[in-house]
Design a protein around this ligand. Structure first.
Ligand SMILES: [Zn+2]
Length: 138
């Protein structure tokens, strides 16, 4: 017997999300053929400094970001989240890496791994056609 999940729970489990990150919205746009997963961190969450590992730094501000993720069936999937910057007493303001992507990347780790695997055996153009490339959504 499997376990029944709500949609946000299912997405959180599939992404391997851990506290303080949570799924706050899942929106399937059948016209534009994309699935948008909105993640956020719990209110009041603190993060370790990415430079010196000082624990529990206060969030200074956030930047709205979007990452291309693996397709969900035939829908292009995007993760959207507020990426936090902490104010570290030693280092100043530092961007906190998110657990699903490399710093600075517009793709999730799973998307990168999937496309790199395909590119070992397929031309880049064919991989791009398969995964839908990078499309602009608003
Ligand atoms: Zn620091």
């Amino acid at each position: 017997m499997g376990i029944s999940y709500s949609t946000p729970q299912l997405v959180a489990v599939a992404l391997g999300l851990q506290s303080p990150w949570e799924v706050v919205e899942t929106r399937l746009d059948r016209t534009a053929n994309h699935l948008r997963l909105t993640l956020d961190f719990a209110r009041g969450a603190r993060f370790a400094c990415p430079a010196c590992s000082t624990e529990a730094c206060l969030v200074h501000d956030t930047e709205a970001r979007r990452w291309r993720h693996l397709n969900f069936f035939r829908y292009a999937c995007y993760i959207e989240a507020r990426q936090p910057r902490v104010r570290c007493l030693n280092c100043g303001v530092k961007t906190v890496p998110v657990p699903w992507a490399r710093p600075g990347s517009g793709f999730t780790l799973l998307f990168e791994a999937f496309t790199l695997t395909l590119m070992q055996d397929m031309p880049i153009r064919a991989v791009s056609d398969l995964v839908g490339g990078w499309s602009t959504i608003t």
